[in-house]
Design a protein around this ligand. Structure first.
Ligand code: COA
Length: 145
C-alpha cells in the first residue's frame, strides 16, 4: 500500500526526496544538485509517496508559490521500478488538494516533452511555446484547480 505525505523542508524525508530527484531527474543528464537550490526550496510545499511495506519514499514533487493564485509544480518524480502504476496520477491529485487548501486556484509547470502525455492525462493543457533548457525541450502546462 502507498500513502501520500507532506514533507518538511530539512527533514530526513526531505533528504530522501532530494536523493530520489537526483537519481531520477538529474543524474541521467549529468547534472548536480546545487546547495543553493535548497534555500530556495525552504518555502515550497514538498510532497512524497511512501511504500508502506518498507517505509521507502517512491515518489515526490514540490509546489512553489508564484503569486496569490498560482503555484508551480516542479520535479515530479517516481522511482523507476514504480513508474506506470498510478503513483504519478495519485501524487498530482494530492498536490491539487494541498494547493486548493493553501488557497491557490491554478497550477503551472514546465514539463519535459517526454512527460507531456502524462500531464495531459491528469488534466493539464499546454499553453504557450515550447522552449529548451539544459539540452531538454519543455512545454508550458497549466491546470485550474
Ligand atoms: C512522468 C512520471 C512522473 C509519471 O508517473 P507514473 O507514476 O509513471 O504515471 P502514472 O502511472 O500515474 O500514469 C498515469 C497515466 O499517464 C500515462 N503515462 C505515464 N507516463 C507516461 C509517459 N512518459 N508517456 C505517456 N504516457 C504516460 C500512464 O500510462 C497512465 O495512463 P492511463 O491512465 O491511461 O493508464 C514518472 O514516470 C517519472 O518520474 N518519470 C521520470 C521523470 C520525469 O520525466 N518526470 C517529469 C519531469 S517534467
Amino acid at each position: 500500500m502507498k500513502k501520500m505525505i507532506d514533507i518538511d523542508f530539512g527533514s530526513t524525508r526531505y533528504d530522501e526526496l532530494v536523493e530520489l530527484r537526483y537519481k531520477i531527474l538529474l543524474e541521467p543528464l549529468g547534472l548536480k544538485f546545487l546547495d543553493a537550490h535548497r534555500q530556495k526550496e525552504m518555502n515550497y510545499l514538498h510532497i512524497g509517496c511512501i511504500e508502506c511495506l518498507d517505509d521507502k519514499l517512491v515518489g515526490g514533487l514540490m509546489l512553489a508559490p508564484v503569486d496569490n493564485n498560482t503555484v508551480r509544480m516542479m520535479e515530479v518524480t517516481v522511482d523507476t521500478k514504480y513508474q506506470r502504476e498510478g503513483i504519478g496520477r495519485a501524487m498530482v491529485k494530492y498536490a491539487e488538494k494541498r494547493a486548493v487548501e493553501a488557497g491557490y486556484s491554478r497550477i503551472v509547470m514546465h514539463a519535459r516533452l517526454t512527460a507531456v502525455p502524462f500531464y495531459e492525462k491528469v488534466g493539464f493543457r499546454q499553453e504557450g511555446d515550447i522552449f529548451e533548457e539544459q539540452g531538454l525541450t519543455f512545454a508550458r502546462m497549466v491546470k485550474d484547480v
